[in-house]
Ligand binder design. Structure first.
Ligand SMILES: Nc1ncnc2c1ncn2[C@@H]1O[C@H](COP(=O)(O)OP(=O)(O)O)[C@@H](O)[C@H]1O
Ligand SMILES: [Mg+2]
Length: 504
C-alpha cells in the first residue's frame, strides 16, 4: 500500500526441499490494514512461502523483516510471538477440547503459570467471541463443529495472542457460499481494525472481491503484483499460467452418433417453457445463459429431481417417465450438480464412499457384503485417472480442494457408466489448473461415446468445448448455434433477449 511501511517484508527468499528449488528469490510484503492475496497454480509455492513467513519452514537465502528488523523464526510459536499467525487450511483444533481450551492451551506454554483460572479465561473467550460476532460460546465442544467454525476458533486464537498479521491458506476451499460470506465479513472487520491479512485462494472471483493487492507466483517465482483496480480475471489467469484461459481449453474431435437424449416441449410454469433439445452420442451440447435463466431447473427435470409438469423425455428413442434421480440413473442419465457441497457430495464422508455409493449394487456380493477388493480397485483406478490430489481414499472429502472435490464427483458418475451426462457448471469454483483437467475429462467422456449436456455460465468453455449450443433466457430457449456459427456476441444477445413465442 502506498505510503504504508510493511509490517512484514520477505526479501529474496529462496527455498529448497531436498535440493529441489521451490521458491526463487521471492519478495513479498504485508502492510497494516491491507488484504493481500497470494495466488498461483497448485504447486506454485504459496503455502511454502507463508510457512516460511510464519516460522514453520526454514529458508536457504533471503531475509524476513518484521517492523524493519531481520528475524529468523525457529518455530511457529516464535512467529506468533512476533505477531504473525498462520490459519491452516485444515484447522488444527483439538476435537476433544472446548473453545476456550483450544484458544488458550497454546499460550500458557513457557509462561511459568501452572495455575489456570478457567472461569476468567471463559469470560475472556466469550468477550472475544462477542466482539468477533461469532455464534459459538466458550464452553462449546469443538467436536462436531463445521470447518468454518473451527477456522473462526483459529482466528480467535490468533487474535487472543495479539496477532498483527493473519495469514489464511485457502480458507474457503471447504466452505459453502454462506460461510464464505461470513468469513469475508470477518476479514473486512480485521482489516478495519488495522490487521494485515494474507489471503491465499484459488477462486479468482473471490480474490477480486476481497483483496486490495494481489501477488502472483508461478513455479516458485514471483510473476508480479497488482492492485485490485488494475486486475481482472483474464489478466490474473495469464499471470498464473502464462497462457490465456481460452488457450487452456482444447476441443477434441469425436465422431457424433445417434440421438441419445431428446427433450420435447417440457415446461414448468414460472421456471421454463416448451424446451426442445437433442443430444447425440459423442456430442457436447452447451447450454448458455445468464444465472437464473432456468437452465438448472430444466436439467432437474431430465434428472428427475424436479419432474416437468408437461412434455416428454425420450431416451434412445423410447419415451420414459423419470420421477426421481434413481429412475434417471436406471435409464442411464447422470448429473454433476452445480452445488457439489450440497447435492453432489457427502462432505463428511470419505473419498471412497463418495465415489462408490452410487454403484453399491454393483460391488455388493450376493450375500450383501461390500466386496472390499473390488471397491478398492475401482476407486484406485479412477483416482489415478483423474489425478485426484489426496492423502488416501479414506480422507474426508471436505478436506480436499474444490477442484479435487469436483473430480471426485465426476469420478462417481464415471463409475456409473451412464450414457447421458448432464454437467451443471462443471468448473465453478475450481482453480485454472483443475479446470484444465476437467476439460480433458469432458473430452474423454465424449470420446467414450457419452452424450453430454453442459450448462455453463463461462463463455470461453461454452465456445471452446461445445459442438452445438442452446441459449436460454428467462425460461425459454432463445437460440441454437452450430459450432461453426458460435460467437460470443450472438450468445450474449440471445442470453438477454426473450423472443416472442412464435404462434405455431
Ligand atoms: N514438505 C515438503 N517436502 C518436499 N516438497 C515440498 C514440501 N512442501 C511443498 N513441497 C513442494 O514444493 C512445491 C510448492 O508447494 P506448495 O508451496 O505447497 O505450493 P502451493 O501452496 O502453491 O500449491 C511443490 O512442488 C511441492 O511438491
Ligand atoms: Mg498450498
Amino acid at each position: 500500500m502506498p505510503g504504508q511501511s510493511p509490517i512484514v517484508s520477505a526479501k529474496g527468499i529462496t527455498k529448497t526441499f531436498s535440493g529441489v528449488c521451490v521458491l526463487k528469490n521471492v519478495d513479498f510484503d504485508i502492510c497494516p490494514g491491507e488484504i493481500h492475496a497470494l495466488i498461483g497454480e497448485n504447486g506454485a509455492g504459496k503455502s511454502t512461502l507463508v510457512k516460511i513467513i510464519s516460522g514453520v519452514h526454514s529458508f536457504l537465502e533471503g531475509q524476513i523483516l518484521v517492523g524493519g528488523v531481520p528475524m529468523r523464526f525457529k518455530s511457529p510459536h516464535a512467529a506468533r510471538e512476533a505477531g504473525i499467525a498462520l490459519i491452516h487450511q485444515e484447522p488444527l483444533t483439538f476435537q476433544d477440547l472446548n473453545v476456550t481450551e483450544n484458544l488458550y492451551l497454546g499460550h500458557t506454554r513457557g509462561k511459568g503459570a501452572p495455575i489456570i483460572n478457567w472461569s476468567e479465561l471463559h469470560r475472556k473467550t466469550d468477550a472475544l467471541l462477542e466482539t468477533l460476532n461469532v455464534r459459538m460460546r466458550s464452553r462449546d465442544p469443538v467436536r462436531g463443529m463445521t470447518i468454518a467454525d473451527q477456522q473462526m476458533i483459529e482466528i480467535a486464537s490468533a487474535l487472543s495472542q495479539n496477532a498483527k498479521v493473519i495469514i489464511m491458506d485457502e480458507p474457503t476451499a471447504a466452505l459453502s457460499r454462506g460461510e464464505v460470506e461470513n468469513l469475508f465479513t470477518m476479514i473486512r472487520r480485521l482489516k478495519e481494525q488495522g490487521h494485515a491479512i494474507v489471503f491465499i485462494g484459488h477462486r479468482l472471483d473471490e480474490i477480486l472481491e476481497i483483496s486490495d493487492r494481489i501477488t502472483v507466483l508461478r513455479d516458485g517465482v514471483l510473476v508480479g503484483e497488482c492492485n485490485k483496480e488494475e486486475a481482472d480475471q483474464d489478466k490474473l489467469v495469464h499471470m498464473m499460467i502464462n497462457r490465456t484461459f481460452k488457450e487452456l481449453i482444447v476441443k477434441e474431435t469425436v465422431p457424433i452418433g445417434e440421438v441419445l437424449l431428446e427433450v420435447k416441449g417440457i415446461s414448468y410454469p414460472g421456471q421454463y417453457y416448451d424446451i426442445n433439445l437433442t443430444v447425440r452420442r459423442g456430442e457436447i451440447v452447451g447450454m448458455a445463459g445468464l444465472v437464473g435463466a432456468g437452465r438448472s431447473e430444466m436439467a432437474s427435470a431430465i434428472f428427475g429431481t424436479q419432474p416437468a409438469l408437461a412434455g416428454d423425455i425420450i431416451i434412445k428413442g423410447e419415451k420414459v417417465s423419470i420421477k426421481n434421480p434413481s429412475q434417471a440413473m436406471q435409464k442411464g442419465v447422470s448429473m454433476v450438480s452445480e452445488d457439489r457441497a450440497r447435492t453432489g457430495l457427502l462432505t463428511a464422508f470419505n473419498i471412497k464412499y463418495n465415489m462408490t455409493f452410487a454403484i453399491l449394487r454393483r460391488i455388493i456380493s450376493k450375500l450383501g457384503f461390500i466386496q472390499q477388493k473390488k471397491e478398492d480397485e475401482l476407486v484406485d483406478r479412477y483416482v489415478k485417472y483423474l489425478n485426484v490430489r489426496m492423502r488416501d481414499a479414506n480422507q474426508a472429502v471436505r478436506e480436499l480442494s474444490g477442484g479435487n472435490q469436483q473430480k471426485v464427483v465426476i469420478a462417481k458418475w464415471l463409475l456409473t457408466e451412464s450414457d447421458i451426462l448432464i454437467l451443471d457448471e462443471p468448473t465453478r469454483g475450481i482453480d485454472v489448473g483443475a479446470k484444465a483437467e476437467v476439460y480433458k475429462l469432458i473430452n474423454e467422456l465424449a470420446k467414450q461415446g457419452k452424450a453430454i449436456l453442459m450448462i455453463s455460465s463461462e463463455l470461453p468453455e461454452i465456445l471452446q468445448l461445445s459442438d452445438r449450443v442452446y441459449v436460454m433466457c428467462e425460461g425459454h430457449i432463445t437460440a441454437e448455434f452450430r459450432r461453426e456459427e458460435l460467437d460470443s456476441k450472438k450468445i450474449m444477445t440471445a442470453a438477454s433477449t426473450v423472443r416472442e413465442r412464435s404462434a405455431v
